[in-house]
Design a protein around this ligand. Structure first.
Ligand SMILES: NC(=O)c1ccc[n+]([C@@H]2O[C@H](COP(=O)([O-])OP(=O)(O)OC[C@H]3O[C@@H](n4cnc5c(N)ncnc54)[C@H](O)[C@@H]3O)[C@@H](O)[C@H]2O)c1
Length: 320
């Protein structure tokens, strides 16, 4: 079997995807790579791990060659809020990192999974039921790198036959690893604060509807797309995928069913609010459903129950 390489393995998605891939394909077959942030012990002890900077093409090429890698899950990236604070840095990591991965994949004939994001849309995109193929004029550096990345992946497939595939993830909710500086981070923070403080101050205003997804669905989406028969894929990169469209008060209402004393208030951060306002309220993911059978399993109610259970266990706090 060809081996699998995960970049950004210490991140919110990578820390969980690596473990799921190892369970599915065997520990030794999944090579984790991290950068400055050190992965947790479970990841370090369960299989091979290297530290690389994906903006250095030789580092990427060396690992792919050494381990005879056949598939790359490229998750190394700078997220939306951090990218807006340091756009030059974000361009460098998001664009040159992806370019290097695609070039190495071209040379060593690897398949590549690259996540795009709801951030690839902008204010002129239809914000409700956002179609798969539509106007994409993002006004953030993160969004610009995501659109350019989608196009670059399509180009490498058409021009060089590299098997590139990807999804546009919505905001991801998870309890294992804290998010890395995105606009939807509140949807994770709110659970920690609900359990520890019984209150949360949200940096997005009430009524800000965004697509979200629970991490187990996000991991299933990535693996299902990479395992899908290529003949069915009309699109290859940037499939819209979503599980729910929610505003902060919707999550708060669901939390209150389990923690009745929980309260939510708001102190808007203009930077992140502006980013959120330029993103869809809800995406149409029918292309993913039709072309490779995408279907989420977790709605807001299941996600909330699972998040509270796991974070409470983590913090050894009883909520009942
Ligand atoms: N988490 C979400 O809600 C979300 C939503 C939509 C899309 N995505 C996309 O999914 C991918 C992974 O996101 P995530 O949430 O796991 O991000 P994250 O910030 O949690 O992790 C990214 C990782 O990339 C690493 N990294 C940064 N610079 C690097 C470099 N030069 N070389 C190698 N590694 C480097 C960081 O150390 C970090 O561990 C990204 O492309 C992101 O845009 C995430």
């Amino acid at each position: 079997m060809h081996k699998i390489l995960v970049t950004g393995a210490a991140g919110q998605i990578g820390s969980e995807l690596t473990i799921v891939l190892r369970k599915r394909y065997g520990n030794e077959n999944v090579i984790a790579t991290a950068h400055i942030k050190r992965p947790d012990e479970a990841l370090l002890e369960s299989g091979p791990c290297h530290f690389i900077d994906c903006t250095e093409i030789n580092m990427v090429a060396e690992i792919v060659k050494k381990h005879k890698v056949g598939t790359i899950y490229h998750l190394a990236s700078i997220l939306s809020a951090v990218a807006e604070e340091n756009p030059q840095f974000a361009w460098n990591v998001n664009m040159f990192g992806l370019y290097n991965v695609l070039e190495v994949a071209r040379e060593y004939k690897c398949a590549v999974f690259t996540p795009s994001s709801i951030g690839a849309f902008g204010l002129t995109t239809p914000l409700d039921e956002t179609p798969q193929d539509t106007i994409q004029r993002p006004n953030t550096m993160y969004g610009i790198t995501k659109v350019a990345g989608e196009l670059l992946c399509d180009y490498y497939f058409r021009r060089f036959g590299v098997d590139t595939r990807g999804v546009r993830y919505p905001g991801l909710i998870s309890y294992k690893t804290l998010p890395g500086g995105g606009t939807t981070d509140y949807a994770v923070e709110i659970f920690y604060e609900a359990i520890n403080q019984k209150k949360y101050t949200c940096y997005l205003k009430a009524g800000t509807c965004l697509d979200m997804m629970y991490m187990p669905d996000a991991l299933r989406a990535a693996i299902a797309l990479m395992e899908a028969g290529p003949s069915k894929l009309k699109h290859r990169n940037a499939f819209n995928v979503t599980a729910m469209s929610v505003a902060p008060e919707d999550i708060a209402a669901e939390i209150k069913k389990i923690i009745p004393e929980f309260t939510l208030d708001f102190k808007v951060d203009p930077l992140r609010q502006a980013i959120a306002d330029s993103w869809p309220n809800s995406m149409d993911d029918s292309a993913a459903r039709k072309e490779w059978g995408w279907k989420p399993e977790y709605d807001l109610e299941c996600t909330t129950k699972d998040m509270i259970e796991h974070i409470s266990q983590k913090h050894k706090i009883k909520t009942d």
